[in-house]
Design a protein around this ligand. Sequence first.
Ligand code: IVH
Length: 680
Amino acid sequence: MAAKKEIKEIYSSLKNEINHHNFLYHNKDQPEITDVEYDQLFQKLLKLEDEYLFLDKSDSPSSRVGDTPQSDLKEFIHEVPMLSLDNAFESEDLYDFEKKVFNKIKKQKLNYSCEPKIDGVAVSLIYEKGKFIKAGTRGDGEQGEDISHNVKTIKQIPLTLNGNNHPKKIEIRGEIYCEKTAFDKFNKEYLKTDEKKFANPRNFVAGSIRQLNPEIAASRPLKIQLHSLGYVDQKNFFKSHQEMLKTFLSWNLPINPDAKLVGSIEEVLSYCEKLTNKRETLNYEIDGVVIKIDDVSIQKELGFSSRSPKWSIAKKFKAEEGTTEVLSVNFQMGRTGSLTPVATLKPVKLGGVTISNATLHNMDEVERLDIRIGDFVKIKRAGDVIPKVIKVEKNKRKNKNRKIIQPTHCPSCSRPISFFEGLTPNLDLSKLNNDDRSCYGYSQFKENLKHFVSRQAMDIDGLGSKTIDQMVDKGIIKSVKDLYLLEKENFKELDGFAEKSINKLLSSINNSKSIKLSNFLYALGIKEIGLETSKNLSRKFSKIENIFSASVDDFISVDDIGEVASANLYAFFSDKHNIKFLDEMINLGFDLKAEQVISHISKLADKKIAITGKLSSISRNKLKSKLEDQGVKVVSSISKNTDYVIVGSDAGSKLKKAEALNIEIIKDENLDSFLMQNEN
Ligand code: IVH
């Protein structure tokens, strides 16, 4: 048998060889060997790893195929906050930006680095001594989620940086995205098996990188470009942004090929114009240009506001507009029983996306626009939002163009529209006493159920729209109450459920029983009752039983609630069927928590507290919400007005600042006793 040292050398050179071919294939689009030859090298690597357990596999190309699912996404603390960018829409905004900068610094001439603003999902990569350590999402800017297992499957990312001039620790930021052609191809295939499509490449990426099972990310065509710096442990490591981009490239990290240095705002504007013209031809979506002052010493002088760097700005593209013809107008019955007119349009391409529908919102809008079938209309699309009709080209109108008339009956179930007015949400099919599968009896129940489980409502994870449709169609769920009676057996008839996902779903359903009263009230889907109003209701009534017995006047006395909302609430909670049904449901073991009335009894009320570092016993989000319940203002940056700083492990610059300002520091291990002491 060869000596250990020799095997290690063979292994290391094989890793390098595979990494080199990965780079040529994924970053350069210039493979030098065939797929078969690549597979042979890879098999050789796997065999060595299998045979010799002493080999260090942490940076092996085999560790990126995505085979170990996570049980939960771990926290990812950002060493330096992951901020956003200020937006400019007009050229004037760019001149204003420059003027502000000139007022602050001595120079009157600046170089700007311009680059496409990729419409992807932000990511932060940590490398230590050139080795990939982990990757995280933006989250709230201070704390995101660890998505290393998925990011490692993106073959463009080197697990070991090329070259040798690497800092001890560096946080490099960029955007994960998906090319338009790859997205269309994936979506077409996906539709065949899942009867579902991803709305756009960005949603697709966002959904892929937060998966627990890395096999999913590994099977999806994800790409990355790096564009900025989070943290680096050496002062003045990069002198300019351009130098940084060049260094990234020399480390084999992909950057945008259209990044360019220019010497004035006029040149920035001309770059923006050129990129606007090029936009259609790019194989990835962009939504503007990011402009950065190139000189790092000037960046440092300008610093950051709480939201964004003062040395950078994003010039957003204008919303796209186009003209097309209205083919027909259909009315859709919504969850709350209102009809929405939707125009079917002759398909037209706006910014690379084919538009064939536009919402007309309601009949008031139809009348305001005076829109008719056959009219030519100007439509506008901004970002992800559903396109809007902004104007009717009246000069192109023909006499035969027909007016739009609000239907008197529901287009799907033929009930008179008046039937839906004043209707309370349908959460229980047995209320109908028949097998009615029309929209009220059926589709509305499904839509209510989807709303009931949604994030801001009962927050039940793992029940997608398709599963809900199936469960209702198969009669497994006939009322929201049935969710709480589900057993493993029920999943036999459903597609796509394995033991693990069933357990997860059942535990998520069970956990939802101790959700806040406000989320529960919001989940009921009563017309006009949004989350904020639900919080006010919860503060006022504390218990669901008190709501059952409330009068219209009791409801009106709640903040934010007017006559219509109060009538809707009263109608819902005085309906005998609803009371009985909710009563039965709550008796299944619900423990709904009332919103804390922010009182000054807690000693911490009105105090300003910052949290930094990783805490051992509680997640930062949970601690934040716990503190906020006591009236604490949780702040993200530290100033002399901060009362306490709660410090976990790996705390960075905030701890130093707190010490410098003499702010009381609460260490992780003392957190429980600190919270207890301050309880009322
Ligand atoms: S630089 C402090 N460069 O757009 C933020 N960001 O809307 C510095 N983005 O948070 C970021 N392309 O996630 C930068 N070429 C680019 C970008 C880019 C897309 C994203 C990024 C940023 C967001 C702001």
